[in-house]
Design a protein around this ligand. Structure first.
Ligand SMILES: Nc1ncnc2c1ncn2[C@@H]1O[C@H](COP(=O)(O)OP(=O)(O)OP(=O)(O)O)[C@@H](O)[C@H]1O
Ligand SMILES: [Mg+2]
Length: 287
C-alpha cells in the first residue's frame, strides 16, 4: 500500500510544488513507484514535470474528484520511470464550488485514490496555498503531512495555524494523520535570520525537522521551465543533492518505522507558538 503524504502549507510560495516534484523524482530514482498528485488549480507541478496542458484537459484530478472519470484514466507518465502524475488545471477551482453541496465532500479524494493505492510506494499530494476544501480532502486522504517551510520570521505562526487545523482533522475525519516532517526550504546559510529561525524550529520540533535542508538554488527555480525535475536538469547542483538526501531520509525512516510496533512519535506543539495563532490556544496538544 502506498504511503500517502500531503505536501502542505497554507502560506504561498514556500516550496510545496518544488518539493513535491523533486522529492517524487528522487523517490522514483530510488526505484520507489511514486505518484505525484497535483491538487492545486495553478497546475504548477503538472507543467513543471513537462506535461503539455492541452494533453490533460479532458482527464485530470478535477474529473477524478467530481467522479466524472476513474483516477486510472487521469494518470500520466513522466520522463522518469516509476514517476507518474495526476495533473491539474484551473478547472479545479470549480471542483471546490461544485463539491460544497455534496455529501462526504471531504472524502472525495480518498475515495478516488482507493483503487490505485496498492500500485504505488508513495503518493505525494501537492496542496494549494490554503486550508480550504481541497487541502481538507488531501489531509483526509493522507497518512502523513510534510510541511515545506521558509526560515522566515512569521513561519512559526503559520505552522501553528496549520497544526491546529490538523488537530481538528485528527479529532474528526482522519485520526491517523501524523506529521512526516518539517522541511526547511530556500535556506541561505549566509543569512543570520535564516540560521536563527532554523535553530528555533529545530529547538521546538527536534527530530520532526528533516536533517536535509533545501538551499536557495537557482537551478531549482530554473528546472520547471524546462519541464524537468532537478535531477534531470542538473544532477550536480546543490538542489539535486538536497532532494536526494531528503528522499533517502524518508525511505530510511519508513524502514525504521516498519521495524517497530509503536506508532511514530508525535510532536508536541510548544505553548508559545500556539499563543496568538488561535483564539483558544491548545496547550501541548499532541499531533
Ligand atoms: N530552493 C529553492 N531555491 C530557489 N528558488 C526556489 C526554491 N524553491 C522554490 N523556489 C522558487 O520559489 C517559487 C515558489 O516555489 P513553489 O512554487 O515551489 O512554492 P509553492 O509553495 O508551491 O507556491 P504556491 O503556494 O503558490 O503553490 C518558485 O518560483 C520556485 O521556482
Ligand atoms: Mg505550489
Amino acid at each position: 500500500m502506498a504511503k500517502i503524504i500531503a505536501m502542505a502549507n497554507q502560506k504561498g510560495g514556500v516550496g510545496k510544488t518544488t518539493s513535491s516534484i523533486n522529492l517524487a523524482a528522487c523517490l522514483a530514482v530510488a526505484e520507489k513507484k511514486t505518484l505525484l498528485l497535483d491538487l492545486d488549480p495553478q497546475g504548477n507541478a503538472s507543467v513543471g514535470v513537462g506535461l503539455d496542458k492541452s494533453l490533460f484537459e479532458e482527464a485530470n484530478i478535477y474529473h477524478a474528484l467530481i467522479g466524472a472519470k476513474p483516477i486510472k484514466e487521469c494518470i500520466y507518465k513522466t520522463e522518469l520511470p516509476h514517476f507518474d502524475i495526476v495533473p491539474s488545471d484551473n478547472h479545479l477551482v470549480g471542483a471546490e464550488i461544485e463539491l460544497v453541496s455534496e455529501l462526504a465532500r471531504e472524502s472525495k479524494l480518498k475515495a478516488a485514490l482507493a483503487p490505485i493505492e496498492a500500485e504505488y510506494d508513495y503518493i505525494l499530494i501537492d496542496c494549494p496555498p490554503s486550508l480550504g476544501l481541497l487541502t481538507l480532502n488531501a489531509f483526509n486522504a493522507s497518512h502523513r503531512f510534510l510541511v515545506p517551510m521558509q526560515t522566515e520570521y512569521y513561519a512559526m505562526e503559520g505552522l501553528a495555524q496549520l497544526l491546529n487545523t490538523v488537530r481538528l482533522i485528527r479529532n474528526s475525519i482522519n485520526p491517523e494523520l501524523s506529521m512526516e516532517g518539517i522541511l526547511l526550504t530556500m535556506f541561505d546559510s549566509r543569512t543570520s535570520l535564516h540560521k536563527q529561525v532554523s535553530s528555533e524550529i529545530r529547538k521546538h520540533f527536534g527530530d520532526k525537522v528533516f536533517e536535509a535542508v533545501i538551499p536557495r538554488n537557482v537551478k531549482l527555480s530554473e528546472s520547471p521551465s524546462f519541464g524537468k525535475p532537478i535531477i534531470l536538469y542538473d544532477i550536480e547542483s546543490k538542489g539535486s543533492e538536497a532532494y536526494l538526501a531528503l528522499a533517502k531520509e524518508i525511505i530510511l525512516k519508513e524502514r525504521t518505522e516498519q521495524g517497530s510496533d509503536l506508532p511514530p512519535e508525535l510532536p508536541k506543539v510548544p505553548v508559545e507558538i500556539l499563543q496568538g495563532a488561535s483564539e483558544q490556544p491548545i496547550i501541548n496538544s499532541e499531533l
